[in-house]
Design a protein around this ligand. Structure first.
Ligand code: 9PG
Length: 538
C-alpha cells in the first residue's frame, strides 16, 4: 500500500501493508517498509549489530566498510552486511531533516535491517517465513532526536521487556589491567588490596578457564572457582565471572565430543564466528536441545560455585547466519538460547557483551554498548589503517556508547571501565576524564586498576567517584551537565581522517597481513610477553 502522511510541515510517502498512529509516530506493518524523504539527508544514524559494532551519526557519503581484518568481521559486526555500500544498520536507522528534527525508522521485531538509498529510507525483515518471528512491525517518527528515541524505546520495552529493577553494581573487573595473566594468587592479593574501596562486585574475566567450551578452572586456579568465590564473598562483595558460552574452539573437549551441536551453513560447513585466542571460533546451535541442556547445566554449575554476576561474552555467535536444528531465524534462535541461559542462572545479575543489541533486551540486566576501552585514546593502525571502529580504545568506546544511551530505559548500559591509574597508561587527564564522565552518565561503574598501581590521590578519586551520584542532564547531542559541570564529548565523535596515497599502500599491506592467523598469533604472543614484563616490573 502506498500512502502519504504528514508530520509537522513535512509530507512523506510510505509503502507499507498497514499503518496506525501511536504516541510519537506511527506503526507500520509489513515485511518491508519504505519512506520517501522530501529532501536529501546529509547525515545518517547507523546502528551497529552488536555491542562492539559502530553506532553513530555519519555523513551519508562516508563509506565505513569493509572492516579489517576480514577474518574478524563476523565477530565485530553483522557479517551479512560487511560489504554493503549504502549507509545501513541493524533494526533501525535515522536521518536528520533540514529543520534539525530526526526521522527514525525502527523495527519492533528481530532480524531486521535499515538502509538509506538516496532519498529512500528502507527497512526489511530477513526472516520472512522462518520460525520464531515476533513481529513484522516498524515504528516511524519525526521530531526532536531525544523524543523520537524515547518513543521507540518505549515500544521496544512493550514488545521485548526491559531490565529488572535493580541498582547498577559497581564492579572491579580483571580484564583491563591483567588481561589473561590472572591467577588465583594474584586475584586474592588484589582482593585484599582493594581494602575498603566501595565495590559491589569482584569480577573475574577471561583467563580462568581450561578452554573456550571447557568451562572448568585451569591450573592457575588450583583451589577451584568455588573456593575463590567463597573468598570474594567473605569480603562482602558478590563474585562475578566471565564466560563465552556460545563459542567453541577446535582445541576444546566440547568441540571433539559434540560436533553436532555446532552451527553449520547450508552446505554443511562450520559457520565461522571469527578468530581469537590463536584459533578459529565456532558457534553453538542454540536450538539444539542437547546444547541447550548443556548451557543450562553450565549456568547452574557456575551459580553453585557461588557466582552471582555473570558476564556472558561473544554472544553474537548464537545469532550468526546458518542452518539451525529447528529452522529458527538467527535472532529468534539467539533469543531462545539467551532465555535458556537467563532461566538457568536464576537471580544472578546478567551482563551481556559482544551481544546483538535488540534481541538481548528483556533477558539481561546490563549490556555492553560499545567496543573495549584501552589505556590509549585511539590506535591509528586499528581504527584507521584497518578501518576498524570496533577496535579497542577510548575514542571508539566513547563514540559508540554515547550513541546508544537511548537504550538506558531498557537495560543498564555498560560503557566499559574507567581509568584512575596513571601507571601503564597513555591517556591524558582530559581523555581519562571524558571516559569517567561517560561512566557517570550511564551509572554503570567499573574499573580494572590494580590498587597497587594507584597513587594515594588516584585511589581517593576512585573512592569518591564510586560513591558519587551526581545529577545528570543532557543539554545537546554530545553535551551534558554532570553535577552542574558542563561536559562536551564532541572531540571523540569524528571518524578517522581518510588515508592519503602512501597510507593506502600501507593499509593494503596491513589488511593482507592482519588476515593471516600466524600474524595474529605472533601479535598476541608479543603483547602477552609485553604484559608479563610490565607486570613483573610493577
Ligand atoms: C576477554 C574480553 C573482555 C572484554 C570483552 C571481550 O574482536 N575481537 O577480537 C575482540 C576480542 C576481545 C574482546 C572484544 C573483541 O573483548 O569485550 O571486556 O571480557 O573479551 O577476552
Amino acid at each position: 500500500m502506498n500512502m502519504s502522511f504528514q508530520i509537522g510541515d513535512m509530507q512523506f510517502s510510505l509503502t507499507t501493508d498497514k499503518s496506525r498512529p501511536v504516541t510519537g509516530g506511527m506503526i507500520l506493518s509489513g515485511a518491508s517498509a519504505t519512506i520517501q524523504l522530501p529532501f536529501q539527508p546529509r547525515r545518517y544514524y547507523r546502528h551497529g549489530w552488536q555491542s562492539w559494532s559502530l553506532a553513530g551519526w555519519m555523513e551519508v557519503e562516508r563509506s565505513i566498510t569493509p572492516l579489517h581484518p576480514a577474518i574478524m568481521r563476523s565477530q565485530q559486526d553483522d557479517p551479512v552486511y560487511a560489504l554493503y555500500k549504502n549507509p545501513n544498520g541493524s533494526w533501525l536507522g535515522a536521518v536528520e531533516a533540514p529543520d534539525g528534527d530526526v526521522i527514525l525508522l525502527g523495527s519492533l521485531g528481530l532480524d531486521a535491517h535499515v538502509e538509506l538509498d538516496g532519498q529512500t529510507l528502507k527497512g526489511w525483515y530477513e526472516n520472512v517465513g522462518q520460525v520464531g518471528n515476533l513481529s513484522y512491525e516498524w515504528f516511524v517518527a519525526n521530531g526532536p532526536e531525544q523524543a523520537v528515541f524515547v518513543h521507540y524505546a518505549a515500544l521496544l520495552s512493550e514488545r521485548l521487556g526491559k531490565k529488572r529493577v535493580q541498582a547498577q553494581p559497581r564492579a572491579w573487573c580483571s580484564w583491563y589491567s591483567l588481561y589473561t595473566a590472572i591467577s588465583e594468587e594474584r586475584l586474592l592479593r588484589i582482593l585484599n588490596d582493594l581494602d575498603d574501596l566501595p565495590f559491589d562486585v569482584f569480577q573475574i574475566d577471561d583467563g580462568w578457564q581450561k578452554g573456550i567450551g571447557d568451562w572448568y578452572a585451569n591450573e592457575k586456579f588450583p583451589s577451584g572457582m568455588d573456593s575463590l568465590a567463597a573468598r570474594i564473598r567473605a569480603t562482602g562483595c558478590s563474585a562475578g565471572l566471565w564466560l563465552a558460552p556460545l563459542l567453541i574452539v577446535p582445541s576444546s573437549a566440547l568441540f571433539r565430543d559434540h560436533p553436532d551441536w555446532l552451527l553449520h551453513d547450508e552446505k554443511g560447513g562450520l559457520v565461522s564466528a571469527g578468530f581469537n585466542w590463536g584459533e578459529p571460533l565456532y558457534a553453538l546451535d542454540t536450538t539444539h536441545p542437547a546444547a541447550l541442556d548443556w548451557l543450562a547445566a553450565l549456568m547452574k554449575r557456575v551459580r553453585t560455585w557461588g557466582y552471582d554476576y555473570l558476564k556472558l561474552d561473544f554472544l553474537y555467535a548464537g545469532a550468526l547466519p546458518g542452518k539451525r536444528h529447528n529452522g529458527m531465524s538467527r535472532e529468534a534462535a539467539y533469543r531462545h538460547g539467551l532465555k535458556a541461559l537467563r532461566d538457568a542462572m536464576g537471580e544472578a545479575y546478567f551482563l551481556t557483551c559482544g551481544a546483538p543489541i535488540i534481541p538481548s533486551l528483556g533477558l539481561c540486566d546490563g549490556m555492553r554498548v560499545g567496543p573495549d576501552v584501552a589505556a590509549y585514546w585511539d590506535s591509528n593502525r586499528d581504527s584507521r589503517l584497518l578501518n576498524n571502529p570496533a577496535a579497542p580504545g577510548i575514542q571508539n568506546a566513547l563514540r559508540t556508547t554515547l550513541h546508544r544511551l537511548w537504550l538506558k530505559p531498557l537495560v543498564h548500559t555498560d560503557p566499559d571501565v574507567a581509568y584512575f591509574r596513571t601507571h601503564n597508561n597513555n591517556l591524558t587527564p582530559k581523555q581519562m576524564g571524558l571516559m569517567r564522565d561517560l561512566v557517570s552518565i550511564t551509572g554503570f561503574k567499573a574499573t580494572s586498576d590494580l590498587p597497587t598501581w594507584l597513587k594515594p590521590e588516584e585511589s581517593e578519586a576512585l573512592d569518591k567517584f564510586l560513591k558519587a551520584r551526581p545529577a545528570i542532564k543532557q543539554t545537546g547531542r554530545y553535551t551534558f551537565e554532570i553535577g552542574g559541570r558542563r561536559v562536551d564529548f564532541s572531540s571523540a565523535m569524528p571518524l578517522p581522517q581518510p588515508l592519503d596515497t602512501l597510507e593506502k599502500i600501507q593499509s593494503a599491506l596491513l589488511c593482507w597481513l592482519a588476515n593471516m592467523p600466524w600474524v595474529i598469533k605472533a601479535f598476541d604472543r608479543y603483547s602477552r610477553w609485553m604484559l608479563a614484563r610490565s607486570l613483573r616490573e610493577s
